[in-house]
Design a protein around this ligand. Structure first.
Ligand code: G16
Ligand code: MG
Length: 217
């Protein structure tokens, strides 16, 4: 069967989660809302609009759509300011060798991200050409844990969901893969990502034998 390898972006390929965090923290500060790293887990893999709602809920702040739109714009501008100098050095350890291995084995590769900034990040880090298909925040209506983003990716790669493998760092993303009937591979802490079928602390912990076994299934 034709397999598909679907990668989340933030927290899997690049460590942009820290930039999202810094940008949201700035908004939260201005609104006098306490926003910790623990709160930030709730935002991982979650769309920009939903992220703001979660922060406002944390602070029990009610806001007009106008205010929300302004903060969303402000957050994205702050976030983009961190991306200006981004280059291949920001690719997380172990990711590049796995991408290369999959390419050598002629495996279909997709990006499945909630971010609307996915394309420029892949361009800046020099790995855009590794992806046969890119599905991002501009293409989906339902946010993770809805499996839409991964289902579209599998479909475009002409692979059945049960033959697709999803690399994810967020709880919502792991759930999305599971709900979509795909094999979830958690990248991060086992305590947080316990719903994933497999869990690795990062890509340096994944060896090519593991990938080879997935391809042969
Ligand atoms: C990412 C991040 C989220 C972020 C979302 C939207 O998703 O994990 O924290 O809120 O994208 O990003 P943007 O504001 O750039 O559209 P993923 O799915 O790549 O982890
Ligand atoms: Mg992520």
């Amino acid at each position: 069967n034709r397999k598909a390898f679907i990668f989340d972006l933030d927290g899997v390929i690049v460590d942009t989660a820290k930039y999202h965090y810094l940008a949201w923290q700035k908004i939260a500060n201005e609104l006098d809302i306490e926003f910790t790293l623990e709160h930030n887990e709730l935002l991982k893999g979650v769309s920009r609009v939903r992220s703001l709602d979660i922060i406002l809920e944390l602070g029990k702040v009610e806001a007009s759509q106008e205010d929300k739109d302004r903060w969303l714009l402000q957050k994205n501008e702050e976030y983009l300011s961190y991306l200006v100098d981004m280059d291949e050095s920001e690719i997380l350890p172990g990711v590049y060798p796995i991408l290369k291995f999959l390419k050598e084995k002629n495996q279909p590769i997709a990006l499945g991200s909630a971010s609307k900034n996915a394309r420029p990040i892949l361009e800046k880090t020099g790995i855009l050409s590794y992806f046969d298909v890119i599905v991002d925040g501009n293409d989906v209506t339902n946010a993770k844990p809805d499996p839409e983003v991964f289902l579209i990716a599998a479909k475009l790669l002409e692979t059945k969901p049960e033959d697709a493998f999803v690399f994810e760092d967020s709880v919502a993303g792991v759930q999305a893969a599971n709900i979509g009937n795909m094999t979830s591979i958690g990248i991060g802490e086992a305590g947080i990502l316990h719903e994933a079928k497999y869990i690795f602390k990062d890509f340096t912990a994944i060896d090519t034998n593991f990938i080879e076994d997935l391809i042969k299934r």
